[in-house]
Design a protein around this ligand. Structure first.
Ligand code: SF4
Length: 363
């Protein structure tokens, strides 16, 4: 391509038009540079010489300068329409908060943490001291079967090692069995000189079965009595194990019995003896977070209940459960702590359905 002087001059004018900068100083410098560059282009481009590379250079040069062209700001400004002042400003954190419904919802129970590592975070239930005092007062007014026929009463008159064995056997027989039935079975065993390990080991299983009837699961319990007697003779010189783990390894002995035996026989308190009464009442009082088993109740209760209450709480609540806070239809009307109990009057006596006379029944 051949560029004459006039063409180059025209191009320079175009370049100047592209680079109309607002500042006079930069415009002067830029114009001078354009002149210098145009002169060099002219020198490089001989009239008879076709140099495609140079043409390309020019194009690139022009584009570069285009990119540096100052941007023209148009008047295309979006007008902000007047808004609600609340929408215009940043929201407060309270505006993200959950809006509580106007109606009162039932209070959620705080759940005590069952994990032993988190004991410190658990707070005892409010008013538990008042409730315990109220139950003690009620219990002092009336005797319950547990007061005279509980497992801890077994073998009261026997030497220490024989008494420990009697307490263990009594605990074994007490599961799924009322106190007076267990007490009767222990009396018959004692009267037949069958409350010692040697005697049980030598006796027929059928004889033991007959003597302990009608305790719950008497057949299996008679078999377990024989096994425990043998273990006692072979491993403990006629005595019983003195650790919780060893007691739990005996056939038919669960946590409730093992803790009771440790408390009564060895005066070694390692846990609360939680039977069905303690389990039920603790749940009714809201002392535990709606536990499903006595073992869950024991763990939840031990987290906050002071250790000095671990032993007395069992006969206290067992007797309360036998007399007032019964499994079915608790006597909430007679209960002095009903004002502090979240379950008061919830398990009301079912109303009797009035009998409707029909023509058939009348005839
Ligand atoms: S108020 Fe009723 S449910 Fe509650 S502890 Fe008393 S007897 Fe039991």
């Amino acid at each position: 391509m051949c560029l004459c002087h006039q063409q180059v001059g025209h191009m320079l004018i175009q370049l100047r038009n592209y680079t109309l900068l607002p500042l006079a100083l930069s415009q002067t410098k830029f114009t001078n540079r354009m002149h210098t560059r145009a002169a060099s282009i002219k020198a490089e481009m001989a009239p008879s010489e076709h140099n495609p590379k140079s043409e390309s250079d020019i194009c690139v040069y022009v584009r570069k300068k285009r990119s540096r062209k100052p941007q023209v700001i148009t008047e295309n400004i979006v007008k902000v329409e007047p808004q609600d002042p609340k929408l215009g400003s940043l929201p407060d954190i309270e505006e993200f908060a959950y809006n509580k419904p106007s109606i009162d919802l039932p209070q959620r129970k705080s759940k005590p943490i069952l994990n032993d590592n988190d004991k410190t975070e658990v707070k005892p239930p409010s008013n538990w001291v008042k409730v315990l005092e109220g139950i003690r007062e009620m219990r002092s007014l009336e005797n319950a079967p547990v007061d005279s026929m509980g497992c801890e009463k077994a073998g009261n008159s026997l030497p220490p090692n024989e008494r420990r064995f009697a307490v263990l056997i009594s605990s074994l027989l007490s599961s799924q069995t009322k106190d007076h039935v267990t007490h009767g079975a222990i009396q018959r065993l004692h009267d037949n000189n069958l409350l010692k390990p040697e005697a049980i080991d030598n006796a027929d299983e059928s004889t033991i079965k007959e003597l302990i009837y009608p305790v719950g699961f008497y057949t299996r319990k008679a078999s377990n009595m024989k096994k425990i007697a043998k273990i006692s003779l072979l491993d403990y010189h006629g005595d019983i194990p003195n650790t919780l783990e060893a007691l739990l390894s005996l056939p038919g002995i669960g946590p409730k019995m093992a803790h009771l035996v440790m408390n009564v026989a060895w005066n070694n308190v390692q846990g609360i003896c939680v039977d069905t009464h303690v389990h039920r009442i603790c749940n009714r009082l809201g002392w535990v977070p709606q536990t499903k088993t006595p073992e869950e109740t024991r763990k939840a209760l031990q987290i906050w209940l002071p250790k000095e209450e671990w032993v007395p709480v069992n006969p206290l609540l067992v007797g309360f459960g036998q007399t007032i806070c019964t499994p079915l239809r608790p006597s909430c009307g007679l209960c002095s702590v009903s004002g502090l109990c979240p379950s008061a009057f919830r398990e009301a006596t079912p109303k009797k359905i009035p009998r409707v006379k029909t023509k058939l029944s009348e005839s």
